[in-house]
Design a protein around this ligand. Sequence first.
Ligand code: PLP
Length: 216
Amino acid sequence: MISDNLSRIYKELPSGVALVAVSKFHPVERLMEAYSAGQRLFGENRPQEFAAKVPLMPSDVVWHFIGHLQTNKLRLVLPYASMVQSVDSLHLLDAIDRWCRDNGKVMDILLEFHLGAEESKHGLDEQQIRQALSATREGIRFRGLMGMATNTDDEAVVEQDFARIHSLFLTLQREFPHHHAFDQLSIGMSGDWKIALRHGATMVRIGSDIFGNREY
Ligand SMILES: *Cc1c(COP(=O)(O)O)cnc(C)c1O
């Protein structure tokens, strides 16, 4: 049961750590089960699916976009998202900034750090992250970092990944104190969120532990 899964997670989540219920690939009826159990923050990773679900859910749902976003899909996402967690290129950052200035909005964003060992994973390296943070942009509020650990059963590798992004996060807070709202570290998914809690997570993004397996 979705509500049982959620209450189990709520019990173990320290106060101050937000739970993003990752509902991609699941129908709105299942999201509503989570909503009825009290969940308000949801994450989706595909623009089309995201835009289709938003109008079907109650208006007090808070939506985070957590997937790769192409600049020709911004209009499907930016009007409804309160945060884009997956800014994985400077080109995308520029495009979000421009869209937001044109539409009188300021978007909360996380810079996605390429953390895991996989080449296939999206994300910025440390130098690109510093480059992003060195300018202020009217349409952007920098809120922190997002990262995905290496996909492995070896907990030591996952620990190392999370320790690395946590340390970068703290360093950036010291280097860029003018980004006052840079206070979110989004790490941890179904397989590794308990490890992420030991490494400074302020947000965990959990899908299958809440909704069960996805059918791709
Ligand atoms: C799918 C997804 C998650 C959740 O994954 P689970 O293993 O199902 O918890 C978290 N973050 C991102 C970016 C995702 O795409």
